[in-house]
Design a protein around this ligand. Structure first.
Ligand code: SF4
Length: 254
């Protein structure tokens, strides 16, 4: 059981919906660098029924497979050499909403989880206090899975190299909505050069999934006056999400 939980942690699965069986442990051993120290698997049951038709199980397995590849990835030589570990992503494999940030920072590189530290706490506040959701019910990832030295912006070649992993994670999770945090996330996901100021306030499209863009929590920490704008964006996102259902969608997928 412990080994199975560790593999799920490596896949960024922090929450398996209640009553859903934990995925089987994949046959390939998990490289230690892919196992975040701070991750948890909440709500999982070893003997629960697969009321969703195994949707969560299949998605968590698929994410674990991608996480194994990411943990061994050296496509970006500089980043692979400098990283403490890869930061794959975290949250529910059946999340309706995915938050996409830029890249791991120093805290994320150390802990192996996305959006920890002060910016992460602010994002948690947005999710929990603003949207009345649980952080473990969304999924959080970044454009890059390795920390750029000195927290510099990702280079275009690095974003391109890591794009396959981003696309595969989103393909597995199949969220109903994506929220881009900051210009780097928005410009890369949407393949545009428009500023975050111009991208805000509209609903964009990523492979048929509605995308809302807002400022990065780290920007908010430096510019508290932007909170009003972020709240407007969050309200627009919630209005878009209203009326949907919380069931694990496409539970008969695969
Ligand atoms: S940033 Fe992505 S593509 Fe580059 S080395 Fe890390 S995991 Fe590989």
């Amino acid at each position: 059981m412990i080994q199975r939980l560790e593999v799920l942690e490596g896949a960024g699965v922090t929450h398996v919906p209640k009553g859903r069986k934990l995925p089987d442990t994949p046959p390939v051993a998990q490289p230690p660098s892919a196992v975040p120290e701070g991750g948890t698997v909440a709500g999982g049951t070893a003997d629960g029924d697969t009321a969703d038709g195994g949707c969560a199980t299949r998605r968590a397995d698929a994410l674990a497979e991608v996480a194994r590849e990411v943990s061994a990835c050296t496509r970006c030589t500089e980043l692979a050499r400098a990283r403490t570990q890869t930061v794959f992503g975290a949250g529910s494999p059946c999340a309706r909403l995915v938050f996409c940030g830029e890249a791991p920072g120093a805290d994320e590189d150390r802990i192996g989880q996305p959006f920890v530290g002060r910016a992460g706490q602010l994002l948690t506040d947005i999710i929990v206090k603003g949207m009345k959701m649980r952080r473990e019910d969304v999924y959080i990832l970044n454009i890059l899975r390795c920390r750029p030295p000195g927290n510099r912006n990702p280079l275009p070649v690095e974003a391109a190299a890591c794009r396959e992993f981003l696309d595969r994670q989103l393909e597995i999770i199949q969220p109903d909505y994506i929220c881009c945090l900051g210009s780097v996330a928005a410009q890369n996901l949407l393949d545009t050069t428009e500023s975050i100021g111009r991208l805000r306030g509209r609903v964009h499209d990523y492979r048929g999934i509605p995308v809302v863009c807002t400022y990065h929590p780290a920007y908010l920490l430096r510019n508290p006056s932007a909170k009003r704008s972020v709240w407007e964006d969050v309200q627009m996102l919630m209005a878009e999400m209203e009326g949907g259902n919380d069931e694990c969608r496409n539970s008969n997928d695969e």
